[in-house]
Design a protein around this ligand. Structure first.
Ligand code: UDP
Length: 416
């Protein structure tokens, strides 16, 4: 029996499940029904990317979350059906404790594989949106036998992942995934290098944003907006959006501040995945450098268009290659000049001094130069912002993203 042939009892379980699935058929014969699986209850980039797709497929899909959190309410507010199946030991497995964590979690892992497989049998396509969803959903393929789409949001290299995890991904990619969608060429290339997949096996689909949600406000409104958000009304504000995590490089932006005496830094985001020590270290760093009163910790927000619009400039400071970097297309959509670290997906979005400004990752000196140049040259900043806004509308629209993603899902069903 090969890895994906079913034992007899599993085959009969599958037959029963298929009969049960007749009770909830897809909307039309040509519209695939989709089970989306995501491990996180927190709204990170991968989840915010899934949000509009799940909403687009609302009448014939469901989202299964492997832990509960505010992302659930965001989905439900759009009418998306959500199930939560969480197992404490599986939730506790993290990239940095994989070796020990997963041994203790084996019963939970088996349970979660079964839960996902049982649910998946009611749908045409299983769509896996995160790493744990990938492992648990793909390992259950002998049970659910559904075409599997993996939406890859990570650069799969040793910078971010341990050798065991990369090994597992390599095996699953070869044996259990039917369609790969990468959020950038950077992500696709790392996956291809890891797995040896042919280049045309991975479809690159960039994230998209609804630019109309980011309509800029006029200067009169700007002061009122800042007052409402609790920000200094007249200061020159550089906004850095994203969870607080060492590789997101908030410390690089703080390190630049002593040489930017006219600039305030607004950090929008929180430590979502246990990086509290880093968050405290950022506060200490700001105090030690004497810039604490110019660093505003805004915490996690969900009204991002308003927060982006309140800024003079949007920063991106990741020290590792960013898989994609939604924050920068959002900043462009808000018609703000952007400064981004030149690596990974950013190189597919930002063209230096044409629609934004690129700096070497981790280079605080280059950051100082970029921010100060755009602060003292408002015409240049405006030109870059205008071009960025036009580029987002042309190349990173939500409609284009949704259309390409739904095409992949249709294709996955046809492969079945
Ligand atoms: N974000 C948010 N609230 C915050 C900070 C960030 O909703 O307080 C959003 C941000 O607007 C972006 C996403 O989180 O849409 C981060 O995506 P990105 O691709 O930049 O990074 P990731 O989290 O995937 O590493």
């Amino acid at each position: 029996m090969n890895a994906f042939e079913l034992p007899d009892h599993a085959a009969s379980a599958r037959a029963a499940a298929i009969a049960a699935s007749d009770a909830s058929p897809a909307e039309t014969p040509s519209t695939p029904s989709v089970l989306f699986v995501d491990q996180s209850g927190q709204p990170g980039g991968a989840e915010l990317c899934l949000l509009p797709l799940a909403a687009r497929c609302v009448s014939h899909s469901e989202v299964l979350l492997l832990s509960d959190g505010p992302f659930r309410a965001r989905l439900e507010a759009l009418g998306v059906r959500v199930q939560v199946s969480s197992h404490a030991r599986v939730v506790a497995i993290r990239r940095d404790n994989l070796r020990l964590g997963w041994l203790k979690a084996i019963p939970g892992i088996i349970g979660q594989i079964r839960v996902i497989a049982a649910r998946a049998r009611r749908f045409d396509v299983l769509f896996l949106n995160t790493q744990k969803a990938l492992v648990l959903g793909a390992l259950g393929k002998p049970l659910h036998r559904r075409p599997v789409v993996w939406h890859v949001h990570d650069v799969m290299t040793r910078d971010h992942f341990g050798p065991l995890q990369l090994q597992i991904v390599r095996w699953l990619a070869r044996h259990a995934i039917d369609q790969f969608v990468a959020n950038s060429s950077a992500t696709a290339n790392a996956l291809i290098a890891l797995t040896g997949l042919p280049a045309d096996a991975v479809t690159v689909i960039h994230n998209g944003v609804d630019a109309s949600a980011f309509t800029p406000v006029d200067t009169g409104d700007l002061r009122a907006l800042r007052r409402r958000l609790g920000l200094p009304e007249t200061a020159w504000l550089a906004g850095l959006f994203g969870r607080l995590a060492p590789w997101k490089g908030q410390h690089v932006a703080i390190a630049a501040l002593p040489r930017l005496p006219h600039v305030h830094l607004v950090l929008v985001g929180a430590a979502l995945f246990g990086e509290d020590a880093y968050a405290h270290a950022l506060e200490r760093q700001a105090e030690q450098l004497g810039v604490r009163e110019r660093v505003h910790f805004a915490g996690l927000r969900d009204d991002i268009p308003a927060w982006m619009t309140a800024m003079n400039l949007i920063l991106h400071t990741s020290t590792e290659p960013e898989p994609f970097g939604r924050v920068i297309i959002e900043g462009m959509a808000a018609a703000r000049p952007v400064v981004a670290a030149a690596a990974g997906g950013m190189l597919e979005i930002v063209r230096h001094r044409q629609n934004g400004w690129l700096v070497q990752p981790g280079d605080a000196d280059a950051l100082v130069e970029a921010i100060e140049t755009l602060r003292v040259m408002p015409e240049l900043a405006q030109r870059l912002a205008d071009q960025g806004c036009a580029d987002v509308r042309a190349d990173f629209s939500l409609e284009r993203y949704l259309e390409q993603m739904t095409r992949v899902i249709h294709h996955a069903k046809r492969q079945d």
